[in-house]
Write a protein that binds this ligand. Structure first.
Ligand SMILES: Cc1ncc(C[n+]2csc(CCOP(=O)(O)OP(=O)(O)O)c2C)c(N)n1
Length: 671
């Protein structure tokens, strides 16, 4: 309480209502100006937000990236004007009133939903409901990890998330809540905008969950408050901060569109402008006589003081960091920086050297684990995990220590069977800025992660998805577990890198690519079945980094070019050898990443693809291969779901064999 009371003094001269109404006015006016948007949620949650920012949230608007700041996540992203109003009022750099006037317009910082990177202070991209809540869980995990590593003097902050009925109806919320409860993330405080309204009308149309009981059942502390009563809100927040034994849900009973004279409490305020008349009435009701986008000096000054209130704490933190040991200082100056990446390069080089002389056939998931054995000890920023498939994914190494409730000094997370929650939590961990998260499941279950993978890409986060069992090659588990359309679907996601290595050396190279991709998430698509090494060179060059390269070039020019990825590269090599016996000169191209290949200069691409007819082979659908096949090309792959049988039988059954590829080449050349 003391802390709260001390912090209130900065803006005591201005009444709470005036500060909250500033948010309401900006929200309704910006939505009206844009002729679209969501005024209801910001108007309802203005009191909660005012109390949180004024009295509790530790931040300094002048330094939005201060590592020990509290995180504020607006999971109910449609209420973006709540966040934009707060960023403007508290004086975040670049968030001028003009930006609010240009709400939802091209090139403004105020997109329809908050977009990470568009303006300082937006901690994550939200809009797909529930994602922000799961991001916040990841952020709260990252906070504990840093706290365990560097101590409370360096990192000790809260993560707050504002969620709506929609967030809590989404399935992902359950994964997130359950994981947070299990890990006892006591510095996570979720504020539930309990307004009983969603788009279709009252939430009673579709849901009757008792959210308090639900959160309690997941191991959370809970509180219920009148979300329009600043004193009650402050008391609940103070209680939540005082007890960090478990995460907190504070259900705030609010009225959507609070202040709107005829529409408050109605679904009509959710997602459309209130209209001139209603806004006029709201100004009267709220006693806010000021013109649109005008905040009276004293009220703005009070808000600006809130934006500065953390300055002293931030300065103190900087001082403490300056006095910390070199490792701590470096960790915050340049997380996973140059020194680490040099060690990574050395570890990859050593792995490649070892793999080159290794003639054992292994699954690429096993090569991946062997690579990780070398990476984990040199890259403490790497946080591994799996959605309950640790052994299958090969994600846990000897160098790992597992993370659990009350023990965060480790670097491996058992995410449980919560793929979507894992992916979204990894986004939160990456957004913290100090870690590189990777997490595993089967490639087929990227479907369960997809919304979060898309956000990794949209936010340009370095999240690494270790997706094993990457084709019908997984065998007996059958069609439900066999990815068919997944590579194509993932390759369709902008900014995402799909890396499908062919053998040990390519697997090590793909890990290096993923770790160095500071602005891209990566999918490592790895086989369950053993493959022979197709690369035996120990070149220092990361050949996979060009996306595709010529693995073998026949003498005297090409008759045909065989393109393949992953485990099917070995098949293409065998087909090439068979064709050679018939005096058909086949080049084999390994293409671990279409995205990286596409980015190469035209001349390089032309040289790799060559002028001869092309045949591609991949144990998946043809989609996305036409880009590389040319007018005469052929694709050997799948066009329907797989089946349950041993892998070798399946490849034969579906015609994914060297013989079939060779026969296709002969046919193509005979025409
Ligand atoms: C995953 C997802 N599904 C659907 C939507 C569309 N949508 C946006 S807001 C909303 C209703 C949310 O209701 P609530 O959280 O109660 O927000 P409030 O009405 O209180 O503003 C829906 C269905 C979305 N943004 N994300």
């Amino acid at each position: 309480m003391n802390e709260a009371r001390e912090q209130t003094t900065v803006s005591e001269a201005v009444a709470h209502d005036d500060m909250a109404n500033a948010i309401r006015a900006l929200a309704m006016d910006a939505v009206q100006a844009a002729k679209s948007g969501h005024p209801g949620m910001p108007m309802g949650m203005a009191d909660v937000a005012t109390v949180l920012f004024r009295d509790f949230l530790r931040f300094d608007a002048s330094d939005p990236k201060w590592p020990n700041r509290d995180r504020f996540v607006l999971s109910a992203g449609h209420g973006s004007m709540l966040l934009y109003a707060l960023l403007y009022l508290t004086g975040y750099p670049g968030m001028e009133i003009e930006e609010l006037k240009r709400f939802r317009q091209l090139g403004s910082k105020t997109a329809g939903h908050p977009e990470y990177g568009h303006a300082p202070g937006i901690e994550t991209t939200t809009g797909p409901l529930g994602q922000g809540l799961a991001n916040a869980v990841g952020m709260a995990i990252a906070e504990r990890l840093l706290n365990a590593r560097f101590g409370s003097d360096v990192i000790d902050h809260h993560t707050y998330a504002v969620v709506g009925d929609g967030c809590l109806m989404e399935g992902i919320s359950h994964e997130a809540i359950s994981l947070a409860g299990h890990l006892g993330l006591g510095k996570l405080i979720v504020l539930f905008d309990d307004n009983g309204i969603s788009i279709d009308g009252p939430t009673s149309l579709a849901v009757s969950d008792d959210q308090i009981l639900r959160f309690k059942a997941c191991g959370w502390n809970t509180a219920k408050v009148d979300g329009q009563d600043p004193k009650a809100i402050a008391a609940a927040l103070a209680a939540a901060r005082a007890d960090s034994s478990r995460p907190w849900l504070i259900a705030c009973k609010t009225t959507i569109g609070y202040g709107a004279p005829t529409k408050a409490g109605k679904a009509s305020t959710h997602g459309e402008p209130l209209g001139e008349e209603e806004i006029k009435g709201a100004r009267k009701k709220l006693d806010w006589p000021y013109p649109p986008f005008e905040i009276p000096g004293p009220i703005l000054q009070a808000w600006r003081a809130v934006g500065r209130k953390g300055a002293k704490e931030r300065a103190g933190w900087k001082q403490r960091l300056a006095q910390a040991d070199a490792e701590t200082t470096a960790a915050f100056a340049d997380p996973a920086g140059q020194t680490r990446m040099t060690a990574v390069a050395d570890a990859i080089a050593a792995a490649k050297a070892a793999f080159a002389g290794d003639e054992t056939k292994r699954a690429t998931r096993v090569w991946s684990k062997m690579t990780l054995e070398r990476l984990v000890p040199v890259l403490p920023e790497l946080i591994g995990g799996s959605a309950d498939l640790t052994g299958s994914n090969g994600t846990l190494t000897k160098a790992h220590t597992e993370i659990g409730r009350g023990s965060f000094s480790g670097n491996y997370i058992h995410y449980g069977v919560r793929e979507h929650g894992m992916a979204a939590a990894m986004n939160g961990i990456a957004l913290n800025g100090s870690f590189i998260p990777y997490g595993g499941t089967f490639l087929v279950f990227t479907d369960y992660c997809r919304a979060a993978i898309r956000l990794s890409a949209l936010m340009r986060q370095r999240v690494i998805y270790v997706m094993t069992h990457d084709s019908i090659g997984l065998g007996e588990d059958g069609p439900t577990h066999q990815p068919i359309e997944h590579l194509a679907a993932l390759r369709a996601v902008p900014r995402l890198r799909v890396l499908r290595p062919a053998d040990g050396i390519e697997t090590a190279e793909c890990w290096e690519i993923a770790l160095n991709a500071t602005e891209n998430p990566s999918i490592l698509a790895l086989s369950r079945q053993a493959v022979a090494n197709v690369r035996t060179d120990v070149s220092a060059e990361n050949r996979s980094a060009k996306g595709a390269y010529v693995l073998s070039e026949p003498e005297g020019g090409r008759d045909v070019t065989l393109l393949a990825t992953g485990a099917e590269v070995a098949l293409a090599v065998a087909a090439g050898e068979a064709l050679g016996k018939d005096n058909i000169r086949a080049a084999v191209v390994s293409m671990p990443s279409m995205e990286l290949f596409r980015a190469q200069p035209e001349a390089y691409r032309a040289q790799v693809l060559g002028p001869a007819p092309r045949i591609a082979v991949e144990a998946g659908v043809a989609q996305c291969w036409h880009e590389w096949l040319g007018p005469k090309g052929r694709f050997v792959g799948l066009s329907d779901f797989g089946a349950s049988a041993p892998a070798a039988k399946l490849f034969e059954h579906f015609g994914l064999t060297a013989e079939k590829v060779a026969a296709t080449a002969r046919q193509l050349l005979a025409r």
